[in-house]
Write a protein of this length. Structure first.
Length: 90
């Protein structure tokens, strides 16, 4: 990204999206570690940490929803719908 040519809103959206990606990656890493360990207590700690990352991801998603009208529209249309997934795409 050419920072000097990008407005602050776009920069903030990019920061939030990148942070969301990193939170999702952290969840994956914790899942792998929980699955791999034989130590029950360690698995519990890692699962707790993974679940904290979920909260972080959702907070970022909510920030993005509030600042990206197109994302807001898609989330309102699709998220928590009871329709079959194939009924939700274009």
């Amino acid at each position: 990204m050419y920072e000097e040519n990008v407005d602050e809103k776009t920069k903030d959206l990019s920061r939030a999206r990148q942070s969301l990606i990193e939170e999702l990656q952290a969840m994956m890493w914790y899942d792998e570690r929980v699955s791999a360990t034989k130590d029950k207590t360690l698995a519990e700690v890692l699962a707790h940490n993974r679940d904290d990352e979920k909260e972080h991801a959702i907070l970022l998603l909510e920030w993005l929803r509030r600042h990206d009208a197109a994302l807001d529209k898609e989330l309102k249309e699709i998220l928590f719908s009871n329709k079959e997934l194939k009924e939700l795409w274009d």
